[in-house]
Design a protein around this ligand. Structure first.
Ligand code: FE
Length: 204
């Protein structure tokens, strides 16, 4: 059997992925970035096809990865993770610095930025695996990189177990904190983070 609880023990980091569709830049949050070869320096990144970034990355092949630190506030995850670049300009709130490839990175809550160019991509159904060659890499601080587990225990707000109001049941997404009111359909998909009903827990 495959226990989800066992799969959850794999540790991940958290990163902001920047891409551009030619008109505006887009950022999204990803948890899988790994270096695979040292010479030349190559990295892999998995991107969910539900993300607008996946589509534009397949077309342009150029991206930045900002390595997020433990100091990253939840608002950054909301701004870049829980809304789609199709609908909003996520970088509209202030001026962001750019790397040599012209793409933005996150200066305040990343300890490094890595620019890369896609050399291969593989279609794995829900996700695309991009293999990319590093073109620039810059250290920004000595703050500790956050893990997905650190985000879950220290950055993401705790679901508040409220008293049942008028008998309406409440379900909270364990991944992003989104609250759904009323019975949770089996095929429910979280509107913020796109995780399935199995990642929700009943809080009232
Ligand atoms: Fe969610």
């Amino acid at each position: 059997m495959i226990e989800n609880q066992a799969m959850y023990k794999i540790s991940y980091g958290l990163f902001m992925l920047t891409t551009t569709d030619g008109v505006k830049q887009n950022g999204c949050i990803v948890n899988t970035v790994s270096m695979i070869t040292d010479e030349p320096k190559r990295i892999v990144v998995f991107v969910n096809k539900a993300n607008y970034s996946e589509k534009i990355l397949r077309q342009t092949g150029v991206f930045n990865v900002s390595v997020l630190t433990e100091k990253t506030p939840f608002d950054v995850f909301k701004q870049f993770g829980f809304q789609s670049g199709k609908d909003v300009d996520k970088f509209a709130d202030k001026t962001y610095p750019k790397t040599e490839n012209g793409l933005y990175y996150l200066p305040d809550f990343a300890n490094a930025v890595i620019s890369a160019r896609v050399v291969d991509s593989y279609d794995y159904g829900t996700h695309t695996l991009f293999v990319a060659e590093v073109t620039e890499a810059k250290k920004l601080s000595d703050d500790k990189s956050t893990t997905y587990e650190y985000y879950q225990s220290n950055i993401k707000p705790k679901p508040q177990a409220k008293k049942e109001e008028n008998g309406v049941e409440k379900w909270v997404c364990k991944v992003c904190g989104y609250t759904h009111e009323g019975p949770l359909p089996e095929d429910f998909v979280c509107p913020w983070c796109k995780h399935p009903a199995s990642d929700f827990e009943k809080v009232s």
